[in-house]
Design a protein around this ligand. Structure first.
Ligand SMILES: N=C(N)NCCCC[C@H](N)C(=O)O
Ligand SMILES: O=C(O)CCC(=O)C(=O)O
Ligand SMILES: [Fe+2]
Length: 344
């Protein structure tokens, strides 16, 4: 059970040009971002669901390999961001996450593995893996721009304002992950992935059908207070709410907005906390794609958001950030032995 809205992106696909239908979708996106920061995006007219299933199957094949095979493409060979991460090598809120993962980032022109985030991607030598993942990246990058444009209209941006926003995301420093989740041990008080917000613009999550794993925090008075066992920073912990499951729906990806949208909208849209608690007996696989701003994008509150909030100055302006710098600080804290790995 989940009350998250389902939004079909079909009217915004290039072959469809019905402006009334587009406006309705933009309105729905605006409402979903105001209320939840999370929604299901029906992409069944955009990609064949079998293609996403294949990615999960390939990830499952990789995670089933012997440990020493997987370690051959360890992130420690590269820039400590691109590559394979062992079970519990990821850290959230200072606690080891009960998952293993494989991360790919937008390739860079002059790779230098001694420079944070600036190394090269490492692909498993499983037939088709690289081709299928690269094809998905192209599809999701294009989807990112489509959804961003639809959201711009939902925020009441003018065409000129959209072009300016577009110039901040048209060379996305995207991240593609494959995540493998063994069941949490019964006696574990840990998380498969601890509570966090995503960093950038839009996450498109494809996950295998395992229910009751991904949970989304809905702000609600009378609910429990975060932090619970998550040990969240106090500024995130002041809110009451409930955790609801966001189980996969056929033909849909789970979509959520990252922290850059919080800055662009000056807090009007909240990037929502979510976590993974996987206690069923199967090995779960998920494949999130993170559509992010350009590495050098300077992200600051948009005029359109201030028009909605009123320019009374009652809401303090969020501080602008350069996305790449923001990302670097986050990734530097994501791995064991990594506190401030990238600081110096
Ligand atoms: N690019 C993204 N969003 N990656 C997933 C982040 C998972 C949480 C992370 N360990 C943290 O502590 O932030
Ligand atoms: O595996 C999932 O369902 C969610 C993973 C996630 O939140 C993330 O990688 O940022
Ligand atoms: Fe996430």
């Amino acid at each position: 059970m989940s009350s998250l809205p389902i939004i079909n992106i079909a009217p915004w696909l290039p072959q469809n040009t019905d402006n009334t239908a587009r406006e309705a979708i933009s309105k729905a996106l605006h409402a979903a971002c105001l209320e939840f920061g999370f929604f299901y995006l029906d992409i069944s007219e955009y990609v064949d669901p079998a293609v996403a299933d294949e990615l999960a199957t390939l990830a499952r094949q990789f995670f089933a390999l012997p440990q020493e095979e997987k370690d051959k493409i360890s992130l420690s060979n590269q820039d400590h961001a691109r590559g394979y991460q062992r079970l519990k090598e990821n850290v959230t809120n200072g606690k080891a996450d009960n998952h293993e993962g494989l991360d790919f980032y937008r390739p860079v022109e002059n790779p230098d593995k001694s420079r944070p985030l600036w190394g090269e991607n490492q692909f498993p030598s499983i037939p088709d893996f690289k081709d299928k993942y690269e094809a998905w990246v192209e599809k999701m990058k294009a989807l990112g721009l489509i959804v961003m444009e639809a959201m711009a209209l939902g925020l009441g941006m003018t065409p000129e304002e959209w072009l300016e926003l577009r110039s901040q995301v048209d060379d996305s420093f995207w991240v593609m992950r494959a995540i493998g989740y063994p069941p949490l041990p019964n006696d574990s008080d840990g998380f498969s992935c601890g509570a966090h917000k995503d960093y950038g613009c839009l996450t498109f999550l494809y996950a295998d059908p395992t229910p009751s794993a991904l949970q989304v925090f809905l702000r609600q008075t009378g609910g429990s207070v975060v932090p619970d066992a998550a040990g969240l920073p106090a500024e995130q912990g002041a809110e009451e709410g409930i955790w609801i499951n966001a189980d996969p729906l056929p033909g849909c990806v789970v979509c959520n907005i990252g922290e850059m949208w919080e800055i662009w909208t000056n807090g009007l849209y909240k990037s929502t906390l979510h976590r993974v608690v996987h206690r069923s007996s199967n090995y779960r696989v998920s494949v999130p794609f993170f559509f992010e701003p350009n590495f050098d994008a300077r992200v600051k509150p948009l005029a359109a958001a201030n028009r909605i909030q009123g320019t009374t100055g009652t809401v303090p302006d969020k501080q602008p950030v350069v996305y790449g710098e923001f990302l670097m600080a986050k990734v530097g804290n994501n791995f064991t032995g990594g506190k401030g790995r990238y600081d110096d």
